[in-house]
Design a protein around this ligand. Structure first.
Ligand SMILES: [Zn+2]
Length: 893
């Protein structure tokens, strides 16, 4: 009877969508009610709402889904909260681009209100795509709790957070030097600036001292900033310039008078030892300027063209101005020389343009007081960072933190909840939109046009998604969350800021564990990029090899904090693993159906049963230990190895012999197969959810139609996703004896392969077993079946008086096996094979001898000739060995 037989191959395309829909509809992704189970909560790193799936998403989904599925099966109240991020700049740029392409309009042409309306429309149209792609990856997150950083609840949380910080003096508005992105026309935070090493020029010129013939030589990489200089600084103890301190000098071309000042910050050894000070366009100069009360002059417009402060250069682009000014200075005899110079150029992380430090009025978060408790939370061990080496990086950043510029000159995002009064200049910050100034009552108020940095809202993610600032049931039940899993590249952007805001607003750490994964690179270790053309699209990989294969590759290839080089060959190999599981499943189901429907007595386990059950138990122990120590990849590899090389390759082969005995032995064997197979599926489920769920449901159905003992003690769960994680049991003490049988079989197989014994040919053997005689005698059937020994000519003895003639000896521990050579080989065929091999070798020898005797040996480079000589030697050695082997086969019979 074959009513439950599986299709020949695993068709992932037919399975994945059906299973996912079933899981979701049945409510399996919701945290199970389990009064004894502690909650286990992950907040999903929200992908950009209109982004497209890339391998970074696949990586975090695979890891977090594995963690959640594992904990769910362990009986925890597992909750994975999904959502997406409005992604201020990224989304706004997409919509602007679209607007330009389709209607040839800029955002200013349609105005703020219309632009925001269209962006929402864009989000509604494209926003579902990314979440559907996450579904394809098998993400078992609770979609009924899905959140969006701009939804009503989260907007309320952002207001509350801003308000609280402001009232505590932790948010302030000030004019300060910030990073300005001229193309995007917005401020960006320090983290959004990347420094690249580039070749530039160091321009040396002179500052003429007023009423004197003297000059101070200075150097700059950005001559256009000369126009904004407000001092020249020297070291107070520099004898070259000491006497000039207090005098004035003239800004080239503009002839504006500025002071020569003394400041210990100046490095006497560097350059000319004198520094031009531009507080308006350099962060260090800004600080020096503040110490000396210098004027701050900004010479740039927001698009990085020169403004009225630049005098004759007004209206020029920054780089045109650089050129023109330097030419004019040359003509005026003010230049000294130009030098090539390697410098760190600040570029925008998005777009790549050169960032200009500019003074501008922005909103800031005062970070120092907030950083302290965030440092303490990790130092005290309340939050654990995996891998540990990132702890140092975290400390270092927080110890040297600068205030965070949170205002962005964008339209898409959380608008800053601050209203300016036109009558009294007071700023009203409020949770609900006010209609009057809180100071003077005037209704003549206007809201700040800027929006908040995207990371301000995502920094509240772990608690805003659970309902904060309301005291919701979810907050009470699931907060603080447990695990924060994300890429190490956003440790500062995101993880640190969540810890800071969690401690500030909820009086609690937002999570207790941080697991950082690496980047996914191509198989050669290169970063994937469109320019290199090496981007692997996870959707294509899933179409070709199935989701499980992609997930298993990412999970078993990853080590915390390390980048992973993804090779499609590995994905293919893991697709084969899914097929291996499937084929094993077919065999197990087939055996269940062939087992006696009504076993009489329980029989003892065979040694092979005891061995596989013990090995399986050891695996369960190891996997548990590895999961507890975050070594998920290693756990997956060990399950894979056990399943493939022990269960499938050994036990399932042996099970065929045991099943053939029929009766109680067959039932016993079937129930051992079921036990190990069932629990392997459970352990693999977090890694490869689809193929395991599908096989498990077939296993369950087949078992239910058969004797009761094929059902596990606690019964069958409704689905594997909510089934329980297997318990660790005790193994059998004598199980390791079976290793001797395996070793012996393996050694005989090796010799057979080496000697080219036809696979089907059964051969005789004499085994000198010593103390193991009884053991091997009892396993003779397995030995002869797996090593293809002729069981009528298999002798297992305790001792041998003399070594048999003409036999190949094998030694395994204290056991010796002798395989009589005659009859093992098809001598004629072997002789023929070796002779052919010898012939082709001799041809190579002749060819190389001829080559080396030719003018080639004189003309070619030495190393090339040496290589050819080496090859010749290799062929000669092989030929010699072949001749000996042929002669050992003796004459034709
Ligand atoms: Zn007012």
């Amino acid at each position: 009877m074959n009513e439950f037989s599986l299709s020949k191959t695993y068709d992932f395309q037919a399975v994945e969508k059906r299973l996912y829909e079933w899981w979701e509809e049945a409510g399996f992704f919701k945290p199970p009610e389990n009064p004894r189970g502690e909650p286990y909560v992950i907040s999903m790193p929200p992908p950009n709402v209109t982004g497209e799936l890339h391998l970074g998403h696949a990586m975090f989904v695979a890891l977090e889904d594995m963690m959640i599925r594992y904990q769910r099966m362990k009986g925890r109240e597992a909750l994975w909260v999904p959502g997406s991020d409005h992604a201020g700049i990224a989304t706004q740029l997409q919509v602007e681009k679209h607007l330009m392409k389709t209607e040839n309009l800029r955002r200013d042409d349609i105005g703020r209100e219309e632009f925001v309306r269209r962006t929402w429309e864009w989000k509604r149209k494209h926003g579902g795509m990314i979440t559907n792609q996450l579904r394809r990856l098998g993400a078992s997150c609770d979609w009924t709790r899905e959140r969006f950083t701009l939804d009503e609840g989260l907007s309320r949380a952002v207001r509350e957070a801003f308000y609280q910080y402001y009232k505590q003096g932790l948010i302030y508005r000030d004019s300060y030097l910030i990073n300005w992105s001229p193309g995007l026309k917005t401020a960006v935070s320090d983290l959004e600036v990347e420094y690249t090493e580039e070749q530039g020029t160091l321009y040396y010129f002179k500052y003429p001292i007023v009423d004197s013939d003297e000059n101070i030589p200075v150097a700059t990489t950005r001559p256009e900033t000369i126009l904004g200089d407000t001092a020249v600084a020297v070291h107070p103890e520099d004898d070259r310039y000491k006497h000039l301190v207090g005098k004035s000098c003239l800004v080239p071309i503009l002839n504006r008078e500025i002071p020569v000042i003394a400041d210990e910050y100046v490095d006497r050894e560097f350059g000319t030892g004198a520094l031009k000070i531009t507080p308006g366009h350099d962060p260090h100069d800004y600080e020096i300027g503040a110490r000396h009360n210098l004027e701050v002059i900004s010479v740039l417009n927001k698009d990085a063209s020169m403004n009225e402060e630049a005098g004759p250069y007004q209206g020029l682009d920054r780089y045109e101005c650089r050129k023109k000014l330097w030419e004019d200075m040359k003509a005026a005899g003010l230049t000294l020389r130009e030098e090539d110079y390697t410098m760190q150029v600040p570029r925008s992380q998005r777009g790549g343009e050169v960032i200009e430090p500019m003074v501008s009025t922005q909103w800031f978060v005062r970070m120092e007081p907030l950083a302290k408790p965030a440092l303490e939370a990790v130092r005290s061990g309340e939050i654990k960072i995996i891998p540990e080496r990132f702890t140092k990086v975290y400390y270092n950043w927080l110890e040297n933190i600068r205030d965070w510029c949170i205002s962005r000159q964008l339209w898409w995002g959380h608008r800053i909840p601050a209203w300016y009064c036109a009558d009294c200049d007071h700023i009203t910050v409020a949770i609900k939109d006010p209609d009057h100034c809180e100071e003077c009552g005037s209704t003549n108020i206007e809201q700040d046009p800027d929006v908040l940095d995207t990371w301000f809202s995502s920094g509240l993610w772990p608690f805003s998604t659970l309902g904060w600032p309301e005291e919701t049931e979810d907050m009470a039940r699931f907060y603080p969350t447990t695990m924060m899993e994300t890429g190490y590249d956003i440790l500062f952007f995101w993880v640190a800021r969540m810890i800071i805001s969690g401690l500030a607003f909820t009086d609690s750490v937002p999570f207790t564990e941080v697991y950082l994964h690496g980047l996914v690179r191509d198989e050669h270790g290169r970063k994937m990029s469109k320019t290199l053309g090496n981007v692997i699209d996870p959707l294509e990989v899933m179409d070709t090899y199935g989701t499980d294969a992609l997930r298993f590759t990412l999970l078993t290839g990853s080590t915390p904090g390390q980048d992973l080089n993804l090779s499609l060959k590995r994905v293919e190999a893991n697709r084969n693993f899914a097929n291996k599981l499937w084929n094993a499943g077919r065999l197990v189901l087939h055996s269940i159906q062939n087992a006696s429907a009504d076993p009489e007595n329980k029989v003892e386990h065979t040694l092979a049963d005891r061995w596989i059950l013990t090995r399986h138990n050891q695996l369960k122990k190891d996997v548990e230990r590895l999961f507890d120590s975050y070594q998920y990849g290693e756990a997956g590899r060990q399950i894979y190895d056990f399943f493939w090389s022990e269960f499938a390759d050994w036990y399932l082969e042996i099970s065929k012999l045991q099943m053939a005995e029929g009766g109680d032995r067959a039932s016993q064997t079937a129930s051992t197969m079921i036990k190990v197979f069932d629990e392997c599926l459970r352990m693999l489920h977090p890694f490869t959810p689809y193929v395991t769920e599908e096989l498990w449901s077939h296993l369950k159905t087949t078992c239910l139609a058969h004797p009761a003992e094929f059902t596990p003690e606690e019964g069958w769960a409704e689905a594997l996703i909510i089934a329980s994680w297997p318990d660790i049991e005790s193994g059998f003490e004598d199980a390791e004896k079976f290793e001797l049988v395996k070793d012996l079989v393996r050694s005989i197989r090796n010799i057979r392969a080496e000697k080219n014994v036809p696979a089907k040919r059964e051969i005789p053997a004499i085994i000198k077993a010593g103390e193991s005689r009884e053991l091997l005698q009892s396993q003779a059937q397995i030995l002869s079946a797996l090593a293809r020994l002729d069981k009528d000519r298999l002798e297992i003895v305790e001792n041998l008086d003399e070594v048999p003639d003409n036999a190949v000896p094998i030694v395994v521990g204290s056991v010796e096996a002798y395989l009589p050579l005659k009859g093992m080989l098809d001598l004629d065929q072997e002789r023929k094979r070796l002779s052919e091999e010898l012939k082709s070798n001799e041809e190579q020898i002749r060819r190389l001898e001829k080559l080396l005797a030719s003018p080639f040996a004189e003309k070619a480079p030495d190393d090339v000739v040496a290589k050819e000589r080496e090859r010749l030697q290799g062929f000669q050695d092989t030929a010699e060995r072949l001749r000996i082997q042929i002669s050992s086969l003796g004459e034709n019979e």
